[in-house]
Design a protein around this ligand. Structure first.
Ligand code: AMP
Ligand code: ZN
Length: 136
């Protein structure tokens, strides 16, 4: 898509440290990693976010992430991995070309996961579950 940074990386108009490529998927190192080896896995077909990604593209991306994650962990000698995706600006998405983050983690690297807050009562959790079930 015109003007999309990640499409430009796919088309070699902007350079990136590519670590894997096939017909449908590209993986390259994040230029501003949370830790060394932080990798982005993207479908070659442009979509803005997972919400408009064809399921075939998502399955291709997730299969590549499944295969790459242990290799990346091994290569940088990480202790763990976070895999994540920001969908929409309020969730932290900055680049609007679907991408999955593979983020190596090291013991003591200081990153903390978000703190959860329990539902206030049984009724609230049931109401939320009912609203979600009604959409499925
Ligand atoms: P997000 O916040 O989920 O949209 O993440 C976008 C990611 O793209 C960030 O982690 C950036 O560091 C990364 N990024 C931005 N520009 C480039 C680039 N030219 N090459 C590699 N990674 C990039
Ligand atoms: Zn794009």
């Amino acid at each position: 898509m015109d003007g999309c940074l990640f499409c430009k990386i796919i088309n070699n108009e902007i350079s990136a440290e590519k670590i894997y490529e096939d017909e449908n998927v590209l993986a390259f190192l994040d230029i501003n990693p949370i830790n060394v080896g932080h990798t982005l896995v993207i479908p070659k077909n442009h979509s803005d976010s997972l919400l408009d990604t064809p399921i075939e593209d998502w399955l291709s991306v997730s299969e590549v992430a499944y295969r790459l994650a242990p290799k990346i962990k091994d290569a940088v000698d990480a202790d763990g991995i976070n895999i994540g995706m920001n969908i929409g600006a309020p969730a932290g998405q900055v680049i609007f070309h679907t991408h999955l983050h593979i983020m190596p983690r090291f013991s003591g690297d200081g990153y903390k996961l978000w703190k959860g807050t329990p539902y206030k009562d049984e009724q609230e959790i049931q109401t939320v579950a009912d609203r979600i079930r009604s959409k499925i």
